[in-house]
Design a protein. Structure first.
Length: 256
C-alpha cells in the first residue's frame, strides 16, 4: 500500500530514541524526509547516522522543545532549509521518576512535566501549522497516555494532567485546522518497551504484563506503525481522535 508519504517533510520532536526514533524509521521507510528535534546532541547525531545508513534522508536540529525562543529559531531554520512541513509528531517527553503524591510535589517538578509534554506540543504545533498551510496538507500526531485514558494512578498527577490536556488540545486543534487540509490526532499508548520503563524492577514488569490481556508491553515499532498510518493519505478523514494502544487494558494499577 502506498501511503503517499514519499518526499514528505516529517518533523519529530524527541526523535533521538525510543518511540520517536521508531517513528523516524517508519516514516523514513515510506520515503519521508526526517527532521529530528532533540536536546541530546550526541544521541540525536547517532540517530541521524543510523537513519542515513538505512538510506533515509535525515536532519537534526538541537533544541529544548519547551523553550519558545528555541522553537521559533529552529522553525525558521526548517522553513529556510526545507521550505515547508508536512508531518509533525509531538513526541517530546520525560519520565515520572521520582513520583510524587500531589501534596508532596515540588512546583518545579509539576512545571517541568507540563512544559516538556504539553507546552512543547503547543509550541511546535503553532510553529509548524503555517509551514503546512503552504501545501494545504498536514498531519499532526500528539502523544497522550494510558495514564490519562485509564483514569490516572497515584504519584503521577503531573504526567496524567499533561496527557489529558494533550487529548483536549488535539480535539480542539483538529476543528481549527481541518479545513486547511491538516488533521490532528493523538495516540494513548500503554507501557512501551523503551528506556523509560527499563528502570522498572522485574517484579514491577511482571505485574503490568500479568494485568494486560495481550500479556506483554507494546513495542516502539507498533506505535510507529500507527503513527505512519495516521500520516497517510488513507487516513485523511480521521481527525480529532484519541486512539488507545494499550493491549486492551487502560486501568492499570500497581496494587492489583
Amino acid at each position: 500500500m502506498n501511503f503517499g508519504l514519499n518526499e514528505k517533510v516529517s518533523v519529530i520532536t524527541g526523535g533521538a530514541r525510543g518511540i520517536g526514533l521508531a517513528d523516524a524509521f517508519a516514516l523514513g521507510s515510506e520515503g519521508s524526509k526526517i527532521i529530528l528535534i532533540d536536546i541530546d546532541d550526541t544521541t540525536a547525531k547517532e540517530a541521524v547516522r543510523q537513519l542515513k545508513i538505512n538510506n533515509i534522508s535525515a536532519h537534526y536540529y538541537q533544541a529544548d522543545t519547551a523553550d519558545e525562543s528555541q522553537v521559533l529559531k529552529v522553525a525558521k531554520q526548517i522553513e529556510e532549509d526545507h521550505g515547508h512541513c508536512d508531518v509533525l509528531v509531538n513526541n517530546s517527553g520525560i519520565g515520572v521518576k521520582p513520583a510524587y503524591l500531589l501534596r508532596d510535589m515540588p512546583l518545579s517538578a509539576w512545571e517541568r512535566m507540563i512544559d516538556v509534554h504539553l507546552k512543547s506540543t503547543f509550541l511546535w504545533s503553532r510553529a509548524m501549522i503555517p509551514l503546512m498551510e503552504k501545501n494545504n496538507f498536514g498531519r499532526i500526531i500528539n502523544m497522550s497516555s494510558m495514564n490519562f485514558t485509564g483514569g490516572g494512578r497515584p504519584g503521577v498527577s503531573h504526567y496524567s494532567s499533561a496527557k489529558a490536556a494533550i487529548a483536549g488540545l488535539t480535539q480542539t486543534l483538529a476543528k481549527e485546522v481541518g479545513n486547511l487540509g491538516i488533521t490532528v490526532n493523538a495516540i494513548a499508548p500503554g507501557y512501551v518497551s523503551t528506556e523509560l520503563i527499563a528502570q522498572f524492577t522485574p517484579e514491577m514488569m511482571q505485574v503490568l504484563i500479568n494485568q494486560n490481556p495481550v500479556g506483554r508491553t507494546c513495542t516502539p515499532e507498533e506505535v510507529a506503525a500507527l503513527v505512519t498510518f495516521l500520516c497517510s493519505n488513507q487516513a485523511a478523514f480521521i481527525n480529532g481522535e484519541l486512539i488507545c494502544m494499550d493491549g486492551g487494558r487502560r486501568d492499570f494499577y500497581w496494587g492489583n
